[in-house]
Design a protein around this ligand. Structure first.
Ligand code: G6P
Ligand code: MG
Length: 222
């Protein structure tokens, strides 16, 4: 049966996608690039340096900066992001998330974090959710980021199960591709048009329960 649920963090466990967007918007404006919410969809699930690269490409500025300058920009963005997330408390977990985690624990289903964010451990601490996680995949330990399946495969490997025994939960298009390419069952949170490649799309985490997760897995393994 289903043994593991691997969670994305930003946009699934907490609404931090808006803080990533604000921090990138601030950085972009300083260098004369305008980003909007629609472009931001393409940054969801994408690593810090790769996100910067996409913003620079949008403004056709990629070759105007050295690697050292790019690293400084990424550091500045992260500094602002860390400032913005300081206000996060356990109240800021998205609806149902603590309940789902507790219910999965009760059912002895293992829980992993498969986030591209290097701030994952900090965020789980701010949210008071660290204790629920049996593993946090270190995004620096995998070579290829989402949409490559590596981070989800690493999660199943660390927890000692087959990919087919896992469900992944994502809000990003790139993340859903990663789950599907890993051979796992994908539940997406968000817009059904962006996320149609998932096995099931829920419009918000309000609809997420451990029973829904189990049912979607079973539907996929009949
Ligand atoms: C997640 C978010 C992205 C973010 C990435 C890296 O995938 O969806 O928006 O760029 O993590 O996060 P970090 O906290 O390491 O900059
Ligand atoms: Mg996300």
């Amino acid at each position: 049966g289903m043994q593991v649920v691997l969670f994305d963090l930003d946009g699934v466990i907490a609404d931090t996608a808006k803080y990533h967007f604000l921090a990138w918007k601030h950085l972009s404006e300083k260098i004369g690039v305008t980003i909007d919410e629609e472009f931001n969809e393409q940054l969801k699930g994408i690593s810090r340096m790769e996100s910067l690269e996409r913003i620079l490409e949008l403004g056709q500025k990629s070759d105007q900066y050295s690697l050292v300058e790019k690293e400084k920009m990424a550091d500045d963005k992260n500094e602002l992001y860390i400032e913005l997330i300081q206000t996060i408390t356990p109240e800021d977990a998205l609806p149902q998330i603590p309940q789902v985690l507790a219910s999965l624990k009760d059912k002895e289903i293992k829980i992993g974090l498969a986030s591209a964010s290097k701030n994952g451990p900090l965020l789980l601490d701010l949210l008071g959710l660290t204790e629920f996680f049996d593993c946090i995949v270190d995004p620096t330990s995998v070579v290829a980021g989402k949409p490559a399946p590596d981070i989800f495969l690493k999660g199943s490997e660390l927890l000692g199960v087959q990919p087919s025994q896992c469900v992944g939960i994502e809000d990003a298009s790139a993340g859903v591709w990663a789950i599907k390419d890993a051979g796992m069952t994908a539940i997406a949170i968000g817009d059904v048009i962006n996320l149609a490649h998932a096995d099931k799309v829920l419009s918000s985490t309000c609809e997420l329960t451990s029973n829904v997760i189990t049912q979607v897995w079973h539907e996929n393994h009949k």
